[in-house]
Write a protein that binds this ligand. Structure first.
Ligand SMILES: Nc1nc2c(c(=O)[nH]1)N(C=O)[C@@H](CNc1ccc(C(=O)N[C@@H](CCC(=O)O)C(=O)O)cc1)CN2
Ligand SMILES: Nc1nc2c(ncn2[C@@H]2O[C@H](COP(=O)(O)OP(=O)(O)OP(=O)(O)O)[C@@H](O)[C@H]2O)c(=O)[nH]1
Ligand SMILES: [Mg+2]
Length: 434
């Protein structure tokens, strides 16, 4: 791993022009480095938590690069836990690049991805689960992902994991006592009760991981049905604006069409497709084949059928991830089926219920308390689960071993006693400057 205390610097704001840009600096000697590039009050004499207005200058030539606000942080009261500084300049790429160069000339090194947060972790400012939550927060696209990630950053998930580990450690102490002093200690069936409770919570957390992934990565929602069923109209109704062409002519949508749609904070891509029917027209055929493939690949399919026409024969669809929708509910129905949600794109009737149904199908009943935020966290909990299951059936002398392994897995989730490779892998995914 790289040196862990030397001064590092990075542009923290996104590439491109903006009103303000931020360059961060952190590490031992950061304020000395800052002093070499700053004309104004001496950063070395500023107390932490203060800012001052001055100029960033080229340390070799003294040329002014830009006006800047300088923020000073003093260890351990900073994001990283080290001495740190931030330069807030005008947000032009030309300025930010020069400020970064100046800092490098003054003795700092350009930070690797996630290196600021890595230091925050190594300095005990946050655990590994919180660091992953920082990553998830930076990457959050929908409001749900943002909310979940923020809970992780503030330590709600870590707190839950720590409580579970504590319970197992208590139990472990009892089991040990039982072995050492067999006449006292715990009844075996009490141990089983505790393990079962912990196991249940672990399983609930694991069940939340699917929802967490969905909130982060979003989902694809495919609208499939016969020509003229009202797919494009439904897409427009869900979006709230006229994205797709609608007409009374069957076969209006020839190729598929994608539109981003945020539903209850979940980032979705809704895909409108060509109406599915047997046809000789090669172009239309290609569209139909595409539609069916899109259904196969979608996270959720809306099978759309017109209730004001004779009931159509449905195409082959992945029914376990399909919601059935009966459209044109404002017209007199020719058929009814309680499995179908009746909606009208024209009046908006049933639209809210459909959105609710989509949310439920995607997120399941996952409680919104805390969610797992990475594959690594899922793996750690899977391991904890396996060892807890092992402990359930085991005689007392072996139960202790399995409990220890389970505690180890929970601790690993928090980044306690994990190897360098694990830590490196977590931070590799970060962006530079975080
Ligand atoms: N300009 C700026 N904005 C930012 C960050 C940053 O690093 N810089 N953050 C980066 O992710 C987030 C805020 N996270 C932070 C967490 C702790 C400290 C910090 O200095 N904590 C000290 C001092 C607290 C105080 O003075 O009240 C401490 O906790 O001791 C700073 C930012 C979001 N906004
Ligand atoms: N009354 C009523 N008419 C609707 C409703 N939804 C769609 N329509 C009409 O049904 C016809 C077909 O709608 P589209 O949305 O283009 O149907 P589609 O499934 O996309 O059709 P293709 O692209 O040809 O596969 C249009 O004339 C719409 O105005 C509805 O809720 N109520
Ligand atoms: Mg259409």
């Amino acid at each position: 791993m790289r040196s862990l205390r030397d001064p590092i610097c990075a542009i923290a704001t996104p590439p491109g022009k903006a009103a303000i840009g931020v360059v961060r600096l952190s590490g031992e000697g950061a304020l000395e480095v800052a002093a070499r590039v700053f004309r104004g009050k001496d950063p070395r004499r500023l107390p932490g938590g203060r800012f001052t207005l001055g100029e960033v200058v080229d340390p070799k030539t003294g040329e002014a690069i830009d006006q800047a606000l300088l923020l000073v942080f003093r260890a351990p009261r900073s994001y990283t836990g080290e001495d740190a500084a931030e330069f807030q300049t005008h947000g032009s790429p030309a300025v930010l690049r020069r400020v970064l160069e100046a800092l490098v000339q003054a003795g700092a090194r350009v930070a690797g991805p996630g290196e600021f947060t890595l230091r925050a972790y190594l300095n005990g400012r946050m655990d590994l689960a919180q660091a992953e939550a920082v990553l998830a927060l930076v990457e959050a696209e929908g409001d749900l992902a943002r909310r979940q990630a923020l809970r992780g950053v503030s330590g709600a998930l870590s707190e839950r994991i720590r409580r579970l580990a504590d319970r197992l450690l208590d139990l472990l102490a009892h089991v040990q006592a039982l072995l050492d002093y067999p006449e006292e200690g715990v009844e075996p069936h009490r141990a089983e009760g505790v393990i079962r409770e912990v196991l249940e919570e672990v399983q609930a957390l694991l069940a939340s991981s699917r929802a967490g992934r969905l909130a982060q990565k979003g989902a694809r929602l495919a609208l499939i049905g016969a020509p003229n069923a009202g797919k494009s109209s439904l897409l427009n109704a869900l979006l709230g604006y006229e994205r797709a062409l609608v007409s009374p002519v069957p076969g209006t949508t020839r190729d598929y069409l994608e539109a981003p749609l945020e539903l209850f904070g979940i980032p979705l891509v809704a895909v409108d497709t060509a109406g599915v029917r047997d046809t000789e027209d090669p172009v239309e055929r290609a569209g139909v084949e595409r539609a069916l493939r899109i259904a196969e690949e979608a996270d959720l399919v809306l099978y759309v059928a017109d209730r004001s026409k004779p009931r159509p024969e449905p195409p082959p669809l992945p029914w376990e991830r399909t919601l059935k929708v009966a459209t044109k509910a404002d017209l007199p129905p020719l058929w009814e089926d309680p499995e179908y949600l009746a909606v009208s794109s024209r009046t908006g009737e049933g639209l809210w219920a459909l959105k609710e149904a989509i949310r439920k199908r995607l997120l399941g009943e996952a409680s919104e308390a805390v969610w797992l935020l990475s594959e690594r966290q899922v793996e750690a909990l899977e391991r904890a689960k396996a060892h807890l299951e092992e402990a359930l059936g085991a005689p007392e002398d072996l139960m202790g071993l399995s409990l220890e392994e389970a505690v180890g897995a929970l601790n690993a989730l928090l980044g306690l006693e994990v190897g360098e490779e694990v830590v490196e892998r977590v931070f590799r995914n970060f962006c530079v400057g975080k």
